[in-house]
Design a protein around this ligand. Structure first.
Ligand code: G4P
Length: 288
């Protein structure tokens, strides 16, 4: 195993985000948290749980199209055991979003009942959409609100900067103004976000990143690499050996016949991020 990749990280706006989310809570009925189905742990900030109080919440396991289906099922069961509904979705194509509004109506049935008891029949349900950068928040809202982005006029008392979008069936989505950053305390979090490309510009050592990715994928999905690159992976090969095998197979050589591992690293990361290795999940629920 190689060293973990260091991510250049400058903590900044968490306090502001926390304040913005806090100010928005009285205005909403529930929260839609979007995570990346390939890395459901690293792509969320666990502090969010403490900020949301008792607001009903659902999780969208987005980019399910590039995640391992079996692993996604395990995540759904994992959340269900905590009484949290998690839906696998692909916000790029809209797969899994067809019945989103019905699911919300069901999930928030109690909230609707309470409104009804107060004489507010058919009251709009307002949901806040949260997630770290690049997880697919805009794709989700665009898909749900349609091309025209049915923006709802500014409401009194609404935190400035928050935007509301009507998505039909009496449901409105609120785009969070603040940026929810991941929590980088554990170095593997930054590394996994860099694998998927969520924070690719923050990583300087591309070769080490590719080696680390190959360490992990070589361990759990070796056959995918064998198929993709037509290589035979020797037992216990580490990421660097895999990178060399792949570079050699693709004819990436520098003068003197040495393998251009830097070029191979760029290709490896591009191909993984582009889904060329098939559906791969890099994190499973703890204890599994
Ligand atoms: P954000 O608002 O949370 O920052 O994320 P955004 O919707 O901008 O999505 C970030 C990237 O993730 C986009 O790719 C988007 O197309 C992609 N994406 C979103 N949802 C899904 C999904 O369910 N599956 C897959 N495979 N990709 C998804 P991009 O490379 O930045 O842009 P583009 O290639 O779409 O032009």
């Amino acid at each position: 195993m190689s060293d973990t990749v260091k991510v250049q990280w400058f903590p900044g706006h968490m306090a502001k985000t926390r304040r913005l989310i806090g100010e928005s809570l009285p205005l909403i009925d529930g929260v839609v948290e979007i995570v990346d189905a390939r890395i459901p742990v690293s792509s969320r900030n666990p502090e969010l749980d403490g900020w949301l109080g008792n607001k009903p919440r659902m999780i969208l396991l987005n980019k399910a199209d590039v995640a391992d289906e079996q692993a996604t099922l395990r995540w759904i069961r994992h959340y269900a055991a905590q009484d949290i509904l998690a839906l696998p979705v692909d916000c790029k194509t809209g797969k899994g979003l067809n019945n989103f509004t019905d699911v919300v109506q069901r999930q928030l049935g109690e909230v609707l009942e309470k409104y009804k008891a107060k004489g507010m029949v058919g009251r709009t349900l307002r949901l806040m959409v949260v997630g770290i950068p690049n997880v697919g928040k805009s794709s989700f809202i665009n898909r749900m609100a349609g091309g025209s982005k049915a923006k709802v006029a500014d409401k009194p008392g609404v935190t400035r900067g928050n935007q509301w979008f009507s998505v039909g069936k009496g449901i409105e989505l609120m785009d969070t103004a603040g940026v929810l950053w991941p929590k980088f305390d554990d170095p593997t979090v930054g590394e996994r976000l860099a694998f998927t490309g969520a924070i690719k510009d923050m990583v300087t050592d591309v070769e080490l990143l590719a080696v680390r990715l190959l360490d992990i994928v070589g361990m759990h999905y070796a056959s995918r690499l064998e198929e993709r690159y037509k290589i035979n992976i020797p037992k216990q090969a580490d990421g660097y050996e895999l990178l060399q095998l792949i570079g050699k197979k693709r004819g990436m050589l520098i003068s003197g016949g040495e393998i251009d591992t830097e070029r191979a690293a760029v290709m490896v990361l591009d191909e993984y991020r582009g889904g060329k290795w098939g559906r791969i999940t890099l994190e499973l629920p703890k204890g599994e």
